[in-house]
Write a new protein. Structure first.
Length: 328
């Protein structure tokens, strides 16, 4: 029997590349699409010689044409780091809106199943805690972060429209803070930021008083949830994340515990619309998927740290983000 084919947009990114690995291991044929704005060929280079892996450098905000059979379309293309989407708000919106439309069009043409990688940011700065899938959110539609928040909210609306009108077999995952190997060390998200600062003895930057909370899910746990959802029929949004909640100050203390460093904590003003609490209610994922995360934060941070340590200290110190040429 022919192998099932999965097309993954954003497949050279942090989460996408781990998903490529898992699907190849599970003996799927994988077509990875990425325009490499923030993704990297280094994340997938080890797959290039695999006969079941194909890489195409492609901007998903443009029409997607793939010859032959496609069984699943997984839309993971997005500028997910605040440093990225605040610098490139239009590209972020286009990936969420036009990219989702084009990925859904591919699924429709191929009669394929579809999955959208959405985000906990659809809940905004929540006034419901923990966040359930039924919560509609508290989002500033014109704030600086709205380019990311609203790109995902509109993407979810588009997915549901295709489900209702075209009967596409869709899935929506709302991903809560995920971390692990292959994150860019200086991409602005808190886990790689703290590790980078600690390894280079720079101050750990905490915004506000550090009392805001996040729930950190190790990437292999997330991938397991994604695979489980691929293999069942469930069309409504589903939270995937680790429900154990930590303050940013607690995370900073844990980083200092596992990394010998001279770094001290410095406090800076809280960015506009920064969520004060973030914790997923994963009751539905437990019931529907039989899934819950297994990797504890300290264990996951140790594994992430080991990956970053393969980079030389000189490379870490000079690891400013290099953006590829943007196709506007």
């Amino acid at each position: 029997m022919a192998k099932k084919t999965v097309a993954i947009t954003g497949g050279a990114g942090f989460i996408g590349s781990h998903l490529c690995d898992r699907l190849i291991k599970d003996e799927y044929r994988v077509i990875c699409l990425d325009n490499l704005i923030t993704g990297s060929k280094e994340n997938i280079r080890h797959l290039f010689k695999n006969k079941n892996f194909i890489f195409s450098e492609h901007n998903v905000s443009k029409y997607i044409n793939i010859k032959g059979r496609v069984d699943f379309v997984l839309h993971f293309a997005s500028l997910a780091s605040p440093k990225d989407y605040l610098r490139f708000p239009i590209q972020t919106l286009k990936a969420g809106m036009l990219g989702t439309h084009n990925a859904l069009g591919l699924a429709k043409a191929k009669k394929a199943k579809f999955m959208l990688a959405s985000t906990s940011e659809v809940y905004g700065d929540p006034d419901v805690h923990p966040q359930t899938e039924e919560y509609w959110g508290n989002v500033n539609p014109i704030g600086q972060r709205s380019c990311y928040d609203e790109s995902k909210r509109s993407a979810e609306a588009l997915v549901m429209a295709y489900l209702r009108m075209h009967k596409i077999n869709t899935r929506i995952i709302r991903i809560f803070n995920t971390y692990g190997p292959r994150m860019r060390i200086n991409d602005g998200r808190v886990v790689p930021n703290f590790i980078y600062q600690a390894l280079t003895n720079k101050p750990l930057t905490v915004y506000g008083k550090g009392a805001q909370t996040r729930s950190f899910c190790y990437v292999t746990d997330l991938i397991e949830g994604i695979i489980k959802l691929m293999n069942i029929n469930y069309n409504l949004p589903l939270n995937l994340g680790n429900p154990k909640e930590f303050t940013i100050c607690e995370l900073a203390g844990l980083i200092k515990e596992i990394i010998p460093t001279r770094s001290k904590i410095v406090y800076k003003p809280l960015p506009a619309d920064d969520p004060k609490q973030r914790q997923p209610d994963i009751s539905k994922a437990k019931k529907i998927l039989g899934w819950q995360p297994e990797i504890q934060l300290k264990q996951g941070l140790m594994q992430t740290l080991e990956w970053f340590r393969v980079l030389s200290l000189d490379k870490l110190k000079n690891n400013d983000i290099k953006y590829n040429k943007l196709d506007l």
